[in-house]
Design a protein around this ligand. Structure first.
Ligand code: MLC
Ligand code: AMP
Length: 514
């Protein structure tokens, strides 16, 4: 039995090297070709001195290079650090320094964005660039294709064990500083087995994948499932509704599509606008953010198919799923995957609650991560003594065993499937000279599900702040999707007797004025 997804992939590639596995912008890769590139990348990294357990950051758009660098880092014994391509100085500086990344694979824009951080990233020694990078980049750089020619496509290297660290997935807590979730090879393998079994994913499947590979959904469901099942993937650089709809209508080889609710909302809109109707696929999956029952029904009307909604997170990969064969119930995220457990506990007593009662969802099983990188305090807080992981999601289990997510115990805004932690945006806004106080919260948004809204109290002694200047202040420092879509000015923030900002009052007030 394989100890890692890498082993599964390489074994299959040896057995059937001709099998078609990946398409991207007219390039086609067989399993044998991909495995050769993976071995070349891995052996070149080793020759350049990468040691087992050292971290390689991928700050990269969707492309075959991403897939090769991801699997190749594992084959070299390294650990992949995933980085959202929209991240800017604040997020990049923290993640690359915290992970102690030794190398980073990126594009020209990524190299330029990293450059001013040179002094604060002492462990970062070289960049691998998939495009010519600006001459001013202050690190030695090697071109991705040149690196492949340095290595050996036929290299046979030691495979990682199940206990070895595979990925650091950065996810924020309430502090605003993100933490690296340590995913072991055995966590990834256990979860992909559970997912492929639950969804009857086989080598006959072909997935249209438009989600970014730097997050759990695109990578650890979309790509992992493809590699594990022996199927193939039509990988796109990004999601464009008209292009995705055209593929779903024309390409008869596609059997699956995965998306966050924003993607489905845009596909339904595009189908209405263009009059095109997608073909019925074997499986449509939604996750990463709540899918409204309305959108569930709109998709059913447009695609003639009931979407399968599932629930996951960076630390645990996939937790629950609606059934493949049984009833897919709108407004629910289904039941635990085979071999995994989920329960609802009272937020105060931490005791399990009966069906129908709302509390915090906890999960346990082989899919659950090994803790936060160099954060034993945060790890201890996240688990109970019996190994249950506190998800921070509020919900209930109905009488038939279907879980529903009803809210969040932590402050988190999910905008178009990307997470925004209010505290991080508040810290950046508070650093603006015209801002005395600020509160950031999420309000409903028809496209993104939720939108970021900032409530600002101006400093009495400075010129009045300008909303656009505040938005730009955020965009210069943080990923653009975290910027406020709306800035509201107030004379004071409502606070309770302990001085805590009462965001629920702000929310009610702002919703009343939409
Ligand atoms: C882009 N923008 C967003 C945004 N995405 N704003 C708010 N929320 C978002 N999600 C902004 C950009 O900052 C930019 O602003 C402008 O929109 C155009 O950028 P773009 O990149 O051209 O946008 P677009 O291609 O339309 O992107 C929308 C999207 C994308 C929905 C395709 O957000 C996306 O791929 N989302 C999926 C995220 C995902 O995979 N999540 C899974 C997490 S895993 P400006 O001002 O700069 O022009 C997980 C676990 C699990 O949660 O269970 O799966
Ligand atoms: P991340 O840590 O970025 O992977 O985000 C995980 C969070 O996304 C979870 O804790 C949930 O809050 C949310 N999430 C994932 N899937 C769903 C879903 N199907 N419905 C509602 N929320 C979801």
């Amino acid at each position: 039995m394989a100890s890692s997804l890498l082993e599964t992939f390489l074994t299959r590639a040896r057995q059937s090297p001709e099998r078609h596995v990946l398409d991207f912008e007219g390039q086609r890769f067989s399993a044998g070709q991909l495995a050769g590139h993976v071995a070349a990348f891995a052996s070149a990294l080793q020759r350049r001195g990468l040691k087992p357990g050292e971290r390689v950051a991928l700050f990269l758009e969707n492309s075959p290079a991403f897939v090769i660098a991801y699997l190749g880092t594992w084959y070299a014994g390294g650990v992949v650090v995933l980085v959202n391509t929209q991240y800017r100085q604040v997020e990049l500086g923290h993640i690359l320094a915290d992970a102690g990344a030794r190398a980073c694979v990126t594009g020209a824009a990524g190299a330029a964005e990293l450059s001013p951080l040179k002094a604060s990233l002492p462990t970062l020694e070289w960049l691998v660039t998939v495009e010519p990078s600006p001459a001013s980049v202050p690190w030695p750089t090697v071109d991705f294709d040149a690196l492949l020619t340095e290595g050996e496509a036929t290299a046979s290297l030691p495979l990682p064990t199940g206990e070895q660290l595979a990925v650091l997935g950065y996810t924020s807590g309430t502090t605003g500083r993100s933490k690296g979730a340590m995913l072991l090879h055995r966590n990834l393998l256990a979860n992909v087995r559970a997912v492929t079994e639950a969804w009857r994913w086989t080598e006959k499947d072909r997935l249209l994948l438009t989600l970014p590979l730097f997050h759990t959904h695109g990578l650890m469901v979309g790509l992992h499932g493809t590699l594990s099942s022996g199927g193939s993937v039509d990988l796109r650089r990004r999601f464009v509704a008209s292009e995705a709809l055209a593929a779903l209508q024309e390409d008869t080889s596609l059997t699956m599509f995965f998306g966050v609710p924003t993607l489905y909302g845009r596909l339904v809109e595009e189908a209405r606008r263009s009059g095109l109707r997608p073909r019925a696929l074997r499986l449509l999956v939604s996750g990463s953010a709540p899918l409204s029952p309305q959108l569930f029904h709109n998709v059913e009307e447009t695609f003639g198919q009931r979407i399968l909604e599932r629930y996951g997170m960076t630390e645990t990969l996939m937790n629950t799923t609606n059934p493949y064969e049984g009833e897919r119930r709108p407004g629910t995220v289904g039941m635990p995957y085979p071999g995994q457990e989920a329960r609802v506990v009272d937020v105060r007593t931490r005791q399990p609650l009966p069906a129908g009662e709302t509390g915090e969802i906890e999960v346990r099983g082989p899919h659950v991560f090994a803790g936060y990188w160099q954060r034993p305090d945060a790890t201890a807080e996240a688990f109970d003594p019996e190994g249950w992981f506190r998800t921070g999601d509020l919900g209930l289990r109905d009488g038939d065993g279907y879980f529903q997510i009803t809210g969040r115990a932590r402050e988190l805004i999910i905008s178009g499937g990307f997470n925004v932690y209010p505290r991080e945006v508040e810290e950046v806004l508070a650093s603006h000279p015209t801002v005395a106080e600020v509160a950031v919260l999420g309000l409903p948004d028809p496209d993104f599900g939720e939108q970021v809204v900032a409530v600002v109290v101006p400093r009495p002694d400075s010129p009045s702040p300008d909303a656009q200047a505040l938005v730009d202040h955020c965009k210069d420092r943080l990923a653009s999707f975290k910027k406020p879509r709306r800035v509201v000015f107030l004379d004071a923030l409502p606070r309770n007797a302990l001085g805590k900002v009462q965001k629920h009052l702000l929310r009610e007030r702002l919703q009343a004025t939409v």
